[in-house]
Design a protein around this ligand. Structure first.
Ligand SMILES: Cc1cc2nc3c(=O)[nH]c(=O)nc-3n(C[C@H](O)[C@H](O)[C@H](O)COP(=O)(O)O)c2cc1C
Length: 195
C-alpha cells in the first residue's frame, strides 16, 4: 500500500524512514540507498535500523563536491566518518541525472536529454527523481547490484518524503531501471506554502 503525504518536504522524513524500514522487514531487500546532503537523514535511518535490529547494506549518496561552490562539500568529513562508523558506505560523485550536461546548459543555455529525463521524473516528485538517480550512482560505484531490488529514499531539498523499491541500472543501461513499488510519496510535488 502506497502512503501519500499531502505535501513534499522534510516534515515527512521520520514517517518515510519508518515506512522504508517496515518494508525492509519483509526480508527480500538487502540494500537501502538514501540521499543525504548533510548526513542528517542518513543518521536518522541508521539509528532506526539499529533500533529495529536490521542489518542491511546502507549506501548514503551525497551531493558532489562543488555543488554549492568551488571545493565545497555538503557533508563534512567528520559526519562522513561518523556514518561509516555506524556501518554505512558513503558515496560522493557525479550526479547521474545532470552530469556534464548541467555544465553545458549553464554555460550555453538550452538543455540536453539527461536533464529532460530528470525534469520528467520530477513530475512524479523530486523524491522519485532522486531515487532513480541515487540508484544509478550507487550501482555505478559498485555499492549495489543491478541484479537485486533495493529500497531508495529521496526528498525535496532536505530530508526524505519518498521511498521506492527499485531495480537499479548502470548509467550505460539506464533504461533497464525499474520502479517496482512506491512505498510513499507526496501527492503535491511542491512544499506547503510554495506557489
Ligand atoms: C545526488 C542527489 C541529487 C539530488 N537531487 C535533488 C533534486 O533534484 N531535487 C530535490 O528537491 N532534492 C534533491 N536532492 C536532495 C535529496 O532528495 C534529499 O532531500 C537530501 O539529500 C537530504 O539531505 P539531508 O539529509 O541533509 O537533509 C538530491 C540529493 C542528492 C544526494
Amino acid at each position: 500500500m502506497t502512503v501519500y503525504f499531502d505535501y513534499a518536504g522534510s516534515q515527512n522524513t521520520e514517517q518515510t524512514l519508518k515506512l522504508a524500514v517496515e518494508r525492509a522487514k519483509k526480508g527480500d531487500i538487502k540494500s537501502i540507498v538514501v540521499a543525504s546532503s548533510t548526513g542528517e537523514t542518513a543518521k536518522k535511518l541508521l539509528e532506526l535500523l539499529k533500533k529495529e535490529g536490521l542489518n542491511l547494506n546502507v549506501v548514503v549518496v551525497t551531493y558532489h563536491q562543488g555543488f554549492y561552490g568551488d571545493d565545497i562539500k555538503s557533508m563534512d568529513d567528520k559526519t562522513r566518518e561518523e556514518l561509516e562508523k555506524m556501518g554505512a558506505k558513503v558515496f560522493m560523485g557525479t550526479h547521474a541525472l545532470s552530469g556534464v550536461e548541467r555544465g553545458i546548459s549553464r554555460k550555453l543555455g538550452g538543455y540536453g536529454p539527461v536533464e529532460v529525463i530528470a525534469e520528467t521524473l520530477r513530475t512524479f516528485g523530486h523524491g522519485v527523481k532522486v531515487c532513480y538517480e541515487i540508484a544509478v550512482m550507487a550501482a555505478d560505484a559498485g555499492l549495489v547490484s543491478v541484479k537485486e531490488d533495493i529500497i531508495a529514499i529521496g526528498g525535496r531539498s532536505r530530508g526524505a518524503d519518498t521511498a521506492m523499491v527499485i531495480r537499479p541500472a548502470n548509467m550505460n543501461t539506464f533504461f533497464n531501471i525499474e520502479a517496482k513499488e512506491i512505498i510513499c510519496m507526496p501527492r503535491n510535488k511542491k512544499k506547503m506554502g510554495e506557489l
